[in-house]
Design a protein around this ligand. Structure first.
Ligand code: LMR
Length: 339
């Protein structure tokens, strides 16, 4: 299925210079300077979100480091594949890189990632990074082989807020609402415990679904809320920051393993740089997006009192009973130590 014969592997050797392999490959580069290796990176978020910026940063970094001999073409905003399609496309090798949200990984049997969807688990990015940058995160990245994929990095987006066509302050405000969810059992149960019903809808179709009244509410970090123009169809947002939305950079393993070792090294170094970059801008990007939503004024931004927040938390506590595997339990214990 995935065959490097469909790409040109010749001409990549100049990449070695930037990873310190230098002269060995420069002579090869002189011999094969025609077509670059092209990787296609498909994702569903807008270009001006943490994920969109990271993908573009990675593309720029790879072009610079390989001196143009490896190219990453980025297709943002579901222009190639939507949620629900992109994982399969990566497994089939019709794209080479994706960065789906962690909430979508259960669809390929990786249920452990659902622990990241638990409500009110992380006190902030620091407690999250203790997991994603530590042994638990490493172990989770190493779980993709059975699916023909390789996990490369955790890329932050941010903390989600609830929004709807009516104010969501007390738990009872969720009653009779239909909320858009990602395909996650934890998120589904979270919404149902709050009293809402759910509908799994791709991000690309969300605004339309809200406009048509198919669903009345959703949960998003400010960056996605703003860039998907949800303010036009969501009159109220509650600063609940109840859940985390993060992404996992994935490659097709067969394609990856056919790349020459020095290209893989170069790509890994560029991925590390892009990961540091996106995880350093995610908070500011979301703060700026929230400020923009507030200043636009079409969505009223509301906060919860300590009592209201505590009511939400108590109502949602039963979701934690869904977590039974040892890695997820360790994840929860680590996060809770910090909160
Ligand atoms: C969503 O569907 O809400 C998220 O997965 C979007 C994203 O940023 O990937």
């Amino acid at each position: 299925m995935v065959n490097l014969k469909r790409r040109t592997l010749l001409g990549v050797a100049g990449a070695a210079a930037c990873v310190g392999l230098g002269a060995t490959f420069l002579s090869r580069r002189e011999r094969h300077q025609d077509a670059p290796i092209v990787l296609r990176f498909s994702h569903v978020a807008a270009a001006n979100t943490p994920k969109g910026r990271a993908a573009q940063y990675l593309s720029d970094e790879v072009a610079r480091a390989s001196r143009g001999e490896v190219r990453i073409d980025v297709f943002p905003n579901s222009t190639l594949y939507k949620d629900g399609e992109e994982l399969e496309a990566l497994q089939l090798g019709t794209v080479d890189m994706i960065a789906p949200s962690l909430s979508k990984l259960a669809s390929i049997g990786l249920n452990g990632f659902a622990a990241f969807d638990l409500p009110f688990l992380f006190s902030g990015y620091e407690s999250l990074h203790e997991i994603t940058d530590g042994p638990i995160g490493r172990k989770m990245l190493d779980q993709f082989e059975h699916a023909g994929l390789a996990g490369k990095a955790f890329w932050d987006n941010g903390f989600k807020n609830m929004s709807a066509t009516r104010p969501l302050i007390e738990v009872k405000d969720f009653s009779q609402l239909r909320m858009r969810i990602q395909p996650s059992k934890i998120i589904d149960l979270q919404m149902r415990l709050l009293g809402a019903s759910t509908e799994d809808i791709a991000l690309a179709d969300l605004r339309d679904a809200l406009a048509k009244g198919l669903v009345q509410g959703c949960e998003n970090p400010p960056s996605n809320f703003l860039t998907q123009n949800l303010g036009a169809v969501q009159q109220y947002m509650t600063l609940s920051r109840h859940g985390y939305l993060g992404n996992l950079l994935l490659v097709n393993n067969e394609f990856w393993s056919q790349l020459p070792r020095y290209i893989r090294t170069l790509l890994d170094e560029c991925i590390d740089a892009a990961t540091r970059y996106t995880n350093s801008i995610a908070r500011t990007e979301n703060d700026q997006a929230l400020a923009m939503i507030e200043s636009t004024g079409t969505t009223r931004v509301l906060d919860l009192s300590a009592r209201q927040r505590s009511d939400w938390q108590k109502t949602l506590e039963p979701v934690y009973q869904q977590i039974t595997d040892s890695t997820s339990l360790a994840l929860v214990a680590t996060a809770r130590r910090r909160s």
